[in-house]
Design a protein around this ligand. Structure first.
Ligand SMILES: Nc1ncnc2c1ncn2[C@@H]1O[C@H](COP(=O)(O)OP(=O)(O)OP(=O)(O)O)[C@@H](O)[C@H]1O
Length: 684
């Protein structure tokens, strides 16, 4: 093999860039040609869509390095071959092998999995180092795996990538995916997995890369059924939104569970007591009962006029049709269809016995004629109607909830002032979950090919059921951390959650190496973890850098302003986190003193409308899943007091910093985060 020096690599880089430009030009030209040559309108549209998305994918290729690794094979199937690995394929001349191989291709797996102990036919694995603006190839590191040489955490290039200051939205990690992460990313499409991992172990990163991997490997199947990513809130979705496009995937639906389920604006709000009952899995049984209570028994024979004749169906026969449909456990809507078609079939048999032809026109006429009977025994309903019928009527609720909900629970969810009609109801997010449950009883929603659920520990049983309905014929990746559960219904363990998600046999895997939080901060967070009583494995930090500063101060606002000014001297993003009320005051204080502060409602950093502010004010309740280079946490005691699972919230907030964390307090710190001596000064 020739060409192993930096100059040779730079020459190869130049060739790759030319080839990439050729690909983009080719894709654009194909769009033009495709528009001209396609025969009928349908195929023109399909071809046009396909080519446009290809061109879009290619031109969205960031102006980044075309490759990050190289593999030299010494033996086996690829003996004597050299492959460059990058974010996407770069085609060579016709008939030549690709200049760069997509990181998701089967052969690229070796880049992530080979080790000195198991070199997998590799002689040398090379990692490339790049600098930004302009993107320049600065060097490389070789591991002679065939000679037992492996750098692991001693790799400067890998360490620099993991420890780089964070700026703007989340980035992909393709160049440095770790072997245990790669196993999850490349798990088979029909495998459902559940990843438990402490803050910063890469769960979100793994989920996003798994989506990209599955789309590459099963493109046809998934372009039909789709991939869905569910995150905790819009701020989080904004933060992760750039990762998949950077990997060439622009067609993945990313949303929150609330948005996925809402059938209209959500204008209502529930108190915690009501929300807890509405999210309880027992509501599924209450709703089912309320719905099927609408199915009635026939109260007499059916007489159907047909010209001058009347067809008659006996009451027993009608009863057995209705009972039969009920027993079949199909969706309610299908049950109604079956009662209709079976009743008409009885009429048809009678007509045929009298020598009459029962053609399609006749069948339609008979179907219309039995609608009255159908509406009586198996009425058509809207899901909102069923839910409003329960929440607005204590008698109906008591009937449906008897033996399932206590009287106290029933009164917790009853509307104080029922709306005049279900159409004018002010639905809450929890109501939307109930409505979705009923909608699922009426008709099964289409299934996604794969669903990725992030921060899954916070889902309620009823939300899990809603997701299960949408992944019945697909698989799921569940990502979460039991210690970060902050909702009143947060999971205490994974097995119940997985059962509600419809995948009780999903494999549970733990990630235990942290790539975000510096070791000093992990030590503090781990002390708090002890108090959370969550059954989760401990983590160790990959990072040896970073700084933790804890300061008592008589004036919180002054101290926050000083800490932020100090942070502004360094590169990287900055966040101030506090309980919601205090944050407003701190934001005003910072702005008064000339510091530009963004909020989470502002456009994502890096987007066209983003503000220039480097500091973001982040309410403690919105911090989940986010990370900033420097975090200033103000008054931890208030964060703990603000909600029932306040200690879990504090755990989330303390684990958002990548490089530096300032903890500022004017009141005593929660004892759970103090070192043992300070927490118990008398030693008793
Ligand atoms: N293999 C890796 N190489 C480089 N960076 C990584 C790697 N794995 C994770 N990271 C980085 O570590 C940070 C934390 O990752 P991520 O947000 O996916 O963790 P998480 O487990 O979802 O955390 P949380 O539970 O707090 O939401 C991110 O900046 C991510 O890019």
């Amino acid at each position: 093999m020739t060409g192993t020096g930096l100059d040779d690599e730079r020459a190869y880089l130049a060739e790759c860039r030319t080839a990439l430009l050729r690909m983009i030009d080719g894709a654009r030209l194909n769009v033009v040609i495709g528009e001209r040559v396609a025969g009928d309108r349908y195929s023109a549209e399909r071809l046009g869509r396909h080519l446009k998305s290809l061109a879009k994918e290619l031109s969205e290729e960031p102006d980044g390095p075309p490759f990050f690794g190289r593999l030299d094979f010494g033996s086996g199937e690829h003996r004597g071959q050299r492959y460059y690995i990058g974010r996407r394929h770069v085609s060579g001349d016709t008939g030549q092998q690709p200049m760069v191989i997509d990181w998701r291709a089967p052969v690229s797996r070796v880049f992530y999995r080979a080790s000195a102990r198991d070199p997998q036919d590799i002689t040398v694995r090379r990692r490339f180092g790049w600098s930004k603006e302009p993107i320049t190839l600065t060097g490389f590191e070789d591991e002679h795996l065939d000679r037992g040489q492996e750098l692991g955490t001693a790799s400067r290039i890998m360490t620099a990538e993991i420890e780089r200051p964070r700026v703007g939205p989340m980035r992909d990690i393709v160049a440095t995916i770790q072997p245990e992460q790669d196993e999850l990313v490349r798990a088979e499409l029909d495998e459902s997995i559940c990843v438990q991992g402490a803050p910063g172990t890469g769960k979100t990163a793994v989920g996003l890369h798994r989506a990209a991997y599955l789309l590459y490997t099963h493109r046809r199947r998934l372009s039909r059924t789709g991939v869905l990513i569910l995150g905790p809130n819009q701020a989080f979705l904004g933060y992760i939104s750039a990762v998949l496009p950077a990997l060439g995937e622009v067609d993945v639906e990313q949303t929150t569970v609330d948005r996925l389920l809402a059938r209209g604006p959500l204008q209502g709000a529930d108190g915690e007591e009501a929300a807890v009952v509405k999210h309880d899995v027992r509501m599924a049984a209450v709703l089912r009962r309320a719905l099927y209570e609408r199915v009635g028994a026939p109260t007499g024979p059916l007489s159907v006029p047909d010209g001058s004749y009347h067809w008659r169906v006996r009451e027993e026969e009608l009863r057995s049709i209705v009972e039969g449909a009920r027993r079949e456990a199909t969706p309610y809507g299908v049950g109604r269809e079956r009662v209709l078609s079976r009743t008409v079939a009885v009429l048809q048999r009678q007509a045929e016995a009298r020598g009459q032809t029962a053609n399609a026109v006749w069948t339609r006429k008979m179907s219309r004629a039995v609608t009255g009977f159908l509406d009586e025994v198996w009425p058509a309903v809207r899901p909102q109607e069923v839910v409003a019928g329960l929440l607005g009527d204590p008698v109906a609720l008591a009937r449906a909830a008897e033996g399932i909900l206590t009287p106290g629970e029933q009164s917790a969810i009853l509307w104080a002032r029922p709306p005049r009609s279900f159409k004018s109801a002010r639905w809450s997010a929890a109501d939307a979950v109930l409505i979705d449950e009923v909608a699922g009883l009426l008709e099964r929603p289409p299934s996604y090919g794969h669903v990725i659920v992030d921060e899954a520990q916070d889902l309620s049983a009823m939300q899990c059921r809603a997701i299960a309905r949408r992944s019945e014929h697909g698989s799921i990746t569940v990502l979460g951390d039991l210690a970060q559960g902050t909702t009143p219904w947060a999971a205490g363990g994974w097995s119940d959650h997985l059962a509600h998600l419809g995948k009780p046999r999903a494999e549970l895997i733990a990630l235990t190496v942290g790539f975000r939080v510096p070791a000093a901060v992990v030590a503090m967070a781990n002390r708090l973890l002890e108090a959370l009583a969550a059954d989760v494995p401990r983590t160790r930090s990959f990072r040896t850098d970073g700084r933790l500063r804890v300061r008592e101060t008589p004036d919180l606002a002054d101290a926050v302003v000083a800490a932020v000014r100090d942070a502004l001297d360094h590169e990287g993003s900055i966040a101030v986190m506090a309980a919601d009320g205090t944050l407003e005051k701190l934001t005003a204080a910072m702005r008064d003193r000339g510091i530009a502060v963004a909020t989470l409602d502002d456009p994502a950093p890096g987007s066209a409308h983003a503000t220039a502010a480097r500091v973001t004010a982040v309410p403690a309740t919105m911090a989940k899943g986010l990370e900033y280079d420097h975090v200033v946490v103000a008054e931890p005691a208030e964060i703990v007091e603000a909600e029932t699972r306040g200690l879990n919230r504090l755990y989330v907030v303390l684990t958002r910093a990548v490089s530096r964390l300032d903890v500022l307090h004017s009141r005593p710190l929660p004892v759970q985060i103090l070192p043992p001596v300070e927490a118990n000064p008398t030693g008793t």
